[in-house]
Design a binder for this molecule. Structure first.
Ligand SMILES: C[S@@+](CC[C@H](N)C(=O)[O-])C[C@H]1O[C@@H](n2cnc3c(N)ncnc32)[C@H](O)[C@@H]1O
Length: 164
């Protein structure tokens, strides 16, 4: 007899118990926010003390556990830990208001995001993130995904090539 599949809910998202992965401490450069011209309600996964450039009213760091915290209803910014993007992308997809910057992936979570009505725009491949205070290229291409009209409009303000 086959077991019926349980409906998908957020109970599948484990509470964060591990320490943050140092590889995830790689931040979005300032030009992204200069060009988006959008004030986010929350940066849902931020370093302790907040991200250097993210334009958000509030942030959740590891100690706040942005994964289980209440995101309210406003537009969120989400550049998740790339070591474990899946639960973040699931929560973002259910929130349906904000912009995420995620790696291209062959993972199921990416397919599921692709299959939503999120507007997805390739991030310039020459983007340099910020690691240890210095510009830092990463090996995988990344993509912006937006839900909500003001967030979709903001994506179209981004340039085709990354700024320095
Ligand atoms: C890729 S960085 C992005 C930082 C920032 N949002 C940005 O765009 O520059 C991901 C951040 O998520 C933080 N993080 C990891 N687990 C978290 C959690 N459970 N809740 C909140 N933040 C977390 C990491 O410490 C790291 O600073």
């Amino acid at each position: 007899m086959t077991k019926p599949k349980a409906p998908k809910t957020h109970t599948s998202i484990p509470a964060t118990t591990e320490a943050p992965n140092p590889k995830d401490e790689c931040y979005t450069p300032a030009w992204v926010f200069d060009d988006l011209q959008l004030q986010f309600s929350i940066d849902v996964c931020a370093p302790a003390g907040g991200s250097p450039h993210v334009t958000a009213d509030q942030y959740f760091a590891f100690a706040d556990d942005g994964l289980t915290a209440d995101w309210g209803t406003g537009p969120v910014w989400m550049n998740p830990p790339y070591s474990k993007p899946r639960p973040w992308v699931e929560k973002f997809t259910e929130h349906r208001n904000g912009i995420a910057l995620v790696p291209f992936s062959k993972g199921k979570w990416f397919e599921e995001l692709w299959d939503t009505d999120a507007v997805m725009v390739c991030c310039p491949t020459n983007i340099k993130f910020i690691k240890d205070g210095k510009p830092h290229g990463i090996f995988m291409p990344t993509v912006f995904a937006a839900f909500g009209q003001e967030c979709v409009d903001a994506l179209y303000r981004l340039p085709g090539r990354a700024r320095e």
